[in-house]
Design a protein around this ligand. Sequence first.
Ligand code: G1P
Length: 269
Amino acid sequence: MLPVARKPIVQYVVEELAANGIDQVLFITGRNKTSIENHFDSDPELLRTLNSANKQELLEQLAFEDLKTHFFYTRQRFQRGLGDAVLCGENFAGEEPFVVALGDSILGLHANSQTVARMIKVFEDRRASAVIAVEEVPPEQTMHYGIVQPAEDGEGEAFRIVSLVEKPKPEEAPSNLAIAGRYVFSPLIFDMIRRVQPDHRGEIQLTDAIQLMCEEGKRVLALKLPPGERRYDIGNFASYFETFVEFALADPVHGPCLRAFLERILQKS
Ligand code: G1P
């Protein structure tokens, strides 16, 4: 529920998914995350109060309540890693392909992104078992991400990948293409997750389950974020601060004042 500029991060992710044609969202959370459920519920009392006080600007902030998305919630009872968290969605997904969107990543400034819709199209057109969004990162940052190894003819918009490794050192990384927090999977992934051994921290890595798919010859494709579309990583303070400032500077109402303020304090320092 950390905010970036005007909205909680999770709201950007939900709005991005809605704009990409996803109308059912299952939140996989942990203990003490009831604030997410409350946030996406409607609040008639608040709406009445804001309406009678004619607070138009604040009412606009609640427009997301009109999204046609259906929300579902479940909990990962123990912190056993991302693979285990995805497994909590098995009954929800059933026999259907599904999207995984990590809550610590926003795609595109103010979440203006059509990447997930493009991934779904690639998944269907190329009858893939998995499509993974990737972005280029500087070589020294590979140890923060899952890194993919493209097939030898791995060129073009969507290309096959032959293996993946979670958080490799730069000298061990097979490329500088990092997994960017969005995936489309066939339900086959659940069996793969069940077969993964926990890592040294006892966590079941989703990346290892996708690696099993590659080893079994399934079609696993990567799709690069389009030029100019960044992934904003909220998972560490440095990039969280940068994201907040960039989104706030782009705010049509408050951005110009913030820019002037920042220029003033930067001149003083
Ligand atoms: C997870 C994934 C990793 C991916 C990253 C993107 O790592 O395991 O492959 O690159 O998200 O944010 P985490 O950030 O949970 O450590």
